[in-house]
Design a protein around this ligand. Structure first.
Ligand code: SF4
Ligand code: SF4
Length: 421
């Protein structure tokens, strides 16, 4: 076992291979507060990559209704239960979140999926995990829009769910793709070394010629984002639409373009980019990169289940209305600060939030130009002032991609196209 530094855990950890890091890493931020579960992202991926025979149950991109939904069913409950067994004294964090990009969430004291030695058999498994049953893969949308959950009997529901003072029930939509992790569980577990991380962008791929369908990756990925194809007997996974990232989409003019699931997002919750990496696997400072800003400066976007230890490169702005213990388990100890900042966004954060989905081209940096004050008043008991600032997005070569304002632009369709786009 090598020792690698995992900044999301604020410490070194065991990993089967030495850390090797790309110059830039594929990463994304999803703002859960805005997802409406329209499933446009899911279908954009499905109609691009997984529409063939044998791929019927392959949903590289999916959106599940939490807390009861999941694809495969109960994926997170099952891996969390295994982690509980590996950490009988709890999966706890110590030290408060800090202003230190090497340790922003404090220190994770528990064992990751790579460190649960006593639960792993040297010949059978390098990574703590499980293989979902066929039943668990069968229903990608089970419990969608259901806020009360199962009763333990098929097709019967509880009459009430977990209750809040404000609402009798709660749920939220969790959109998911492969996290193209810095320390992928799938890659660590593959006995044929058929899985690799691309040096140019950190995208994790399965070499289809090398794979023999042992499903060790399916067992080891804690997010269950590698999938087995029965008719070819090999595994497949999200490829991060790499031809688009490389600028090979016919629409992209040779410039890096965001993935299909990002581009299709109706709720405008998704932003994807390529962040610069340091030689030790931490993010290089890049103050005006929108993802660096959201993750390391504003700290409103957090990794999904960082305690698994794979250093996922998908980040989420947590939903404001969900009970905090649930969110702390899902996104770690930065949750309270992230929600506080999101609810009381300052000028820069309000401007950066406007960058989501104004273009399908990948944004490399932004600039904010100050505009006039358009509102002054009280919000949740605090005095606020809102300014109609302009945010400008720049591409790979520093060219301007677009500019937009904090006040949403209003477009009036001409009368002859009143009912069309
Ligand atoms: S999310 Fe799963 S499939 Fe994707 S890189 Fe991480 S471990 Fe591998
Ligand atoms: S397209 Fe966007 S809003 Fe619609 S389900 Fe997907 S992530 Fe949510």
């Amino acid at each position: 076992m090598a020792r690698v530094y995992n900044w999301q855990l604020g410490r070194e950890m065991n990993y089967p291979y030495e850390g090797v890091y790309p110059k830039r890493q594929f990463a994304f931020v999803f703002n859960i507060n805005r997802c409406i579960a329209c499933q446009s992202c899911t279908m954009a991926c499905k109609s691009t990559w997984t529409f063939s025979k044998g791929q019927e149950q392959m949903w590289w991109a999916n959106v599940e209704t939490k807390p009861y939904g999941g694809y495969p069913q109960s994926w997170d409950m099952r891996i969390l239960k295994l982690l509980e067994q590996a950490n009988p004294s709890g999966q706890s964090w110590s030290g408060p979140p800090r202003d230190d990009p090497k340790r922003p969430y404090g220190h994770f004291d528990g064992k990751t999926i790579f460190e649960a030695e006593e639960m792993l058999t040297p010949d059978a498994a390098r990574v703590l995990g499980y293989l979902p049953s066929d039943d668990e893969w069968n229903s990608p949308n089970i419990y969608e829009d259901n806020p009360v959950g199962p009763k333990g009997v098929p097709f019967q529901w509880h009459q009430t769910g977990t209750q809040l003072p404000e609402h009798s029930t709660w749920f939220f939509y969790l959109a998911r793709i492969c996290n193209h992790c810095t320390y992928p569980g799938c890659l660590a577990a593959c006995p044929r070394q058929a899985i690799y991380k691309r040096p140019e962008d950190g995208i994790v791929l399965i070499d289809q010629k090398e794979c023999r369908g042992y499903r060790k990756c399916v067992e080891a990925c804690p997010y269950k984002k590698t999938m087995y194809r029965g008719n070819t007997r090999i595994s497949e996974k999200c490829i991060a639409c790499y031809p688009r990232i490389e600028g090979r989409d016919p629409e992209s003019d040779g410039k890096p373009m965001e993935t299909r699931c990002m581009a299709a997002c109706i709720g405008q919750i998704r932003m994807q980019g390529l962040v610069q990496m340091n030689p030790d696997g931490t993010w290089a400072e890049d103050r005006y990169h929108p993802l660096y800003y959201l993750v390391h400066v504003a700290k409103v976007a957090l990794p999904l289940y960082p305690q698994f230890g794979t250093a996922p490169n998908g980040y989420y702005i947590p939903p404001r209305w969900v009970p905090r213990p649930y969110l702390r388990q899902m996104f770690g100890p930065g949750v309270d600060q992230a929600i506080e900042r999101y609810e009381n966004a300052d000028r820069e954060l309000l401007a950066v939030l406007q960058l989501f989905r104004r273009s399908n081209r990948i944004i490399y940096s932004y600039k904010v130009e100050e505009g006039p004050k358009v509102y002054e008043g009280t919000l949740r008991g605090r005095r606020v002032a809102i300014y109609n600032d302009t945010v400008i997005a720049f591409g790979e070569d520093g060219e301007e991609l677009f500019r937009t304002t904090v006040e949403e632009p209003l477009h009036v369709r001409p009368a002859q196209h009143a009912n069309s786009i």
